[in-house]
Ligand binder design. Structure first.
Ligand code: ATP
Ligand code: MG
Length: 565
């Protein structure tokens, strides 16, 4: 996965680490990935996972998985399980056992007392709202809390009282005593501990005071011996607090924080809070809906772990916030599937063709390649008879000179088979086409037509060789490039983000899929010729009806104008 070239490239993170190695030849690089278990992982987390785990691999170090579990009201064991599953699926192994910030609660409590004893923390009884008002803004300085100058003894007593549950939620909190006039708002006496009466998934009801992210994070990094702590740019100011806490407690190890830009991807929402809204409002079908960019959604859509890693490698790590093109993500999976996906024919919206000059009993077996350039992927058998399905959009009833596919009086070639010519159509009493009656040139198999322009090629499936299937075609969930920026992001939803079609796939392919179903290790991705790359939807498929998710178009055809509003 890692290459020496990356070690030498210009990325600022490698530069920092290479400098650190120059200063200390025995440096053991130790990183961590610290998710809060309040949702599933998404492609933004993959960027951070890729960074932390790949660095550890490259420099023969370690990467911890640490659940940053300091807010029991939002966290859940189901997220702990899904996060582990997704990291493993992405191909990474964390160092030793899983870590939890909650494991360190007893130690963190002692560090908090140490700050109180040094006169560097106090119990405040202002309300949350008052604390906000006293804090001031970027333009105005803050104001000291009237509780700021309590004695050390009083603060120790009150902190103990907080721990014992003798205050109600919101009645008291522990704050660092730093500087209410600091130009960094984060340094204006930040809250270190708050009261939450909620059962915690790890510590149950042992605690009713919980450290804030800022207090727990740096100390957890230090306890675990993390050398390089990477976080996203919005924590740049928090670094002052990170270092202040480490400096003023008796920690033995000093990790360093570095920031990089978070991933923003076109047409997508990556904030867990907003994804949760989409799920709760049933706009999407859950955390693994292929329209959201969770790891499990991408997996269900047909993305592979290697394509996600490749995407992360390509976007790299910088300090500039930007919006990554969606086509970059699609490029990575398309490139991979182009090489390995088996080609087969599928009809998403069928219309029937009857070849009147072929006998009802005629059945020809055609052997077709599974891949145009890779004979190692083998071949499969396709059956040709006189009644076949083609795609509805490959036929036009009204004469159109420019239309290059099937129309009355015109010829086209059936992929891997014969040239046919449409002569007339049969309709039911409602005017719907039931059959397109065609002539089949039985001498045209594998031959170029003489004296004629090459006709267009369309895909088809013999009715006798068809197996019913459903297709889910996904489009972007949002109509605008940057929905994350919009307060009312829900008003930019694309009503065509999921289109369902019912049609057919080839029987031999279907039989093969059914044999392999429920075997996670096999890849059930295909190129449906002329349509796109699809994968089996393992959750929705049944043995008598297979469901496929469109992973990506055949070409980079991404253009929002094509989507109907
Ligand atoms: P969200 O806004 O989705 O809730 P978060 O930062 O609160 O994200 P955490 O579970 O705290 O989510 O994140 C774990 C790690 O993943 C953090 O180190 C965070 O910086 C990183 N991370 C989260 N989102 C992104 C992103 N979009 N791009 C890069 N890294 C990210
Ligand atoms: Mg977070």
């Amino acid at each position: 996965m890692s290459t020496e070239i990356e070690k030498k490239n210009n990325n600022f993170i490698y530069k920092i680490i290479n400098e650190d190695f120059k200063k200390n030849k025995n440096l053991l690089l130790h990183t961590r990935f610290p998710p809060e278990p309040n949702g599933y992982l998404h492609i933004g987390h993959a960027k951070s996972i890729h960074l932390n785990f790949e660095l550890a691999n490259l420099y023969n170090g370690y990467c911890n998985l640490r659940f940053d579990d300091t807010n029991p009201t939002k966290e859940n064991i189901k997220y702990i399980n899904s996060i582990q599953k997704d990291i493993k699926w992405l191909g990474y192994k964390w160092h030793k056992k899983i870590c939890y910030s909650s494991e360190y609660f007893p130690k963190l409590y002692e560090y908090a007392k140490e700050l109180i004893k040094k006169g560097l923390a106090y119990v405040d009884e202002l309300t949350k709202q008052e604390i906000r008002e006293y804090r001031g803004t970027l333009k105005t300085i803050g104001k000291n809390s009237p509780y700021r100058n309590r004695s050390i003894e009083d603060n120790l007593k009150l902190f103990k009282k907080m721990k014992k549950g003798q205050f109600n939620e919101g009645e008291a909190c522990l704050r660092a005593k730093i500087n209410m006039n600091s130009s960094f708002i984060v340094m204006r006496d930040p809250v270190l501990y708050r009261i939450i009466f909620s059962t915690h998934h790890q510590t149950e009801n042992k605690w009713c005071i919980y450290p804030t992210y800022d207090f727990a994070h740096c100390l957890s990094d230090s306890i675990e011996g993390i050398t390089h702590s990477f976080c996203t740019l919005e924590f740049q100011d928090n670094k002052n607090l990170y270092n202040w806490i480490l400096k003023n407690t008796s920690v033995k190890h000093y990790p360093k924080q570095y920031e990089f830009s978070r991933l923003n991807l076109e047409y997508s929402i990556l904030s867990k809070r907003k994804i949760t809204v989409l799920i709760e409002k049933k706009i999407v079908d859950g955390w693994d809906d292929p329209r959201i960019l969770t790891i499990s959604g991408l997996k269900r859509k047909g993305y592979t772990a290697s394509s996600i890693r490749e995407f992360c490698r390509r976007i790299g790590i910088t300090k500039q916030n930007n919006l990554v093109e969606f086509s970059m993500l699609e490029y990575c999976i398309r490139k991979e599937l182009n090489q390995k996906a088996i080609r087969t024919m599928a009809i998403l919206e069928p219309i029937k063709i009857f070849l009147y000059n072929i006998d009802d009993s005629y059945k020809e077996k055609l052997i077709v390649p599974n891949h145009p350039n890779n004979p190692n992927l083998g071949t499969h058998e396709v059956i040709f008879t006189n009644t076949i399905y083609i795609e509805r959009e490959d036929f036009k009833e009204k004469y159109d000179k420019k239309y290059k596919r099937l129309k009355i009086g015109a010829e086209i070639r059936l992929r891997y088979a014969y040239i046919i010519k449409a002569e007339k159509i049969e309709k039911d009493k409602n005017g719907n086409i039931i059959n397109i009656i065609c002539f089949c040139d039985i001498n045209s198999l594998g031959k170029k037509p003489i004296n004629k322009k090459n006709p267009a090629v369309i895909h088809w499936i013999a009715v006798k060789n068809s197996f019913p299937a459903q297709f889910k075609l996904y489009n972007q969930l949002f109509k605008i490039k940057n929905p994350e920026k919009e307060k009312n992001f829900l008003s930019f939803l694309n009503s065509d983000s999921l289109i369902r079609k019912s049609g057919f796939i080839e029987k031999k392919i279907a039989q093969n899929i059914i044999k392999k179903m429920n075997n996670n290790s096999v890849c059930l991705s295909f190129q449906f010729e002329r349509i796109g790359y699809f994968c089996l939807d393992e959750f929705d498929s049944k043995k008598n009806k297979l469901v496929f998710n469109r992973t990506v178009h055949l070409r980079d055809s991404w253009n929002f104008k094509k989507i109907k509003n």
